[in-house]
Design a protein around this ligand. Structure first.
Ligand SMILES: Cc1ncc(COP(=O)(O)O)c(C=O)c1O
Length: 345
């Protein structure tokens, strides 16, 4: 009953096999290999356009360097106040981009175009001490397990572009968002106005594979220098590429995301049937649920693994706890059934 995190899971067998297959022989280093080129072609197929692709070491690096690419002197990056970049990345986005993050409240972890416009109005170009708006960053799935639909993203991107801001998307769980909303990947990214995205492979079934994607390759001209100077240019790029290739070919990433989302839907049913209350709508592979402390303790004592989460003010009564359950490609029906049984006892 491992629902602690999709980062706790190992790697999908197809990805493990691809890595083994790539292990022999010699290939040009630093991205000049055949597999890296093949991944670029796969991303172009998936998004229906040319995409400039840059592998980096972690999701934090992907977000931080993407924001560096959109940054300006005195730059301000607007995001949901609970966004991963604002709460869980140890100020790496500020450090690597040189921009200040401005957190904006929003229901269920989602920003709105209206809230962004209202916030931007507080940052006119003068006086210079305010800094200058540079980018907006969205996350899909959000940090609260909810998903944006294409019109939500397009409305935010319109406000951002009208104000001269770039639009970044944190896609650490992008496959789960695509599977949740049921639209083509481009509809939740380039076609909705996203300029640059972080595309996560690690949570999706890779050992460790993250990428920054530019939907206008001309905008990526300086990115090779940003990546190199932060130490994220892989010499043996083929091994990140081998993982991505196995994940993307035949849309394995979407099959795995659909599986993870289906497991989360079953968990959602089980926890609500047992009397739990959802903290936020569980749209992808994360279920945030409020349980009586005694029930959560019984589940933990039975061997279930999950994380305790910070609740919003007023969300919990004194004998309750907010927990996060995360599913992934490796979650089984048997694990979900066992958890449901523990909650019922
Ligand atoms: C939404 C989101 N973005 C980015 C990251 C960062 O990934 P990493 O831990 O690889 O830096 C995470 C990791 O949990 C995440 O949940």
């Amino acid at each position: 009953m491992n629902f602690a995190s999709d980062n706790w899971a190992g790697a999908h067998p197809a990805i493990a096999a691809a890595l083994q297959d790539a292990a022999g022989g010699f290939e040009p280093a630093y991205g000049g290999d055949r597999l890296t080129k093949a991944v670029e072609a796969e991303f172009a197929r998936i998004f229906g356009r040319d995409v400039a692709v840059f592998f980096v070491g972690t999701g934090t690096a992907a977000n931080s360097l993407a924001l560096a690419a959109l940054g300006k002197p005195g730059g301000l990056v607007f995001c949901h106040e609970g966004a991963h970049i604002n709460t869980d990345e140890g100020s790496a986005p500020e450090y690597l981009s040189g921009c200040k993050l401005i957190g904006i409240p929003g229901v269920d972890g989602r920003l709105t175009a209206a809230a962004l416009a209202e916030t931007l109005a507080r940052f006119p170009p003068n006086p210079v001490r305010y800094g200058q708006p540079a980018a907006v960053s969205l996350s899909n799935l959000t940090e609260y397990g909810t998903a944006y639909a294409p019109p939500d993203i397009a409305a935010i991107a319109n406000v951002a572009h009208d104000a001269g801001l770039g639009v970044h998307l944190d896609g650490a769980r992008f496959g789960n968002a695509v599977a949740a909303i049921g639209v083509p990947p481009a509809a939740l990214s380039a076609a909705a106005g996203v300029d640059v995205m972080s595309f996560g492979g690690s949570k999706a079934g890779c050992f460790a594979a993250e990428a920054v994607l530019f939907f206008d390759p001309a905008r990526a001209a300086e990115f090779p220098f940003l990546r190199k100077r932060s130490g994220h240019l892989f010499s043996k790029s083929r091994f990140i590429a081998a993982q991505f290739l196995a994940l993307l070919e035949d849309d394995l990433w979407l099959d795995l995301a659909r599986h993870a989302n289906a497991m989360a839907a079953q968990l959602r049913e089980a926890v609500t049937a047992a009397g739990g209350r959802l903290a936020w709508p569980a749209m992808g592979n994360e279920v945030f649920v409020i349980l009586p402390q005694a029930m959560a303790k019984r589940a933990a004592d039975s061997g279930a693994r999950f994380g305790e989460w910070d609740a919003e003010p007023g969300m919990l009564s004194t004998d309750e706890v907010l927990i996060r359950l995360v599913t992934c490609f490796a979650t089984t029906d048997a694990e979900v059934d066992a958890f449901a049984r523990v909650l019922r006892t």
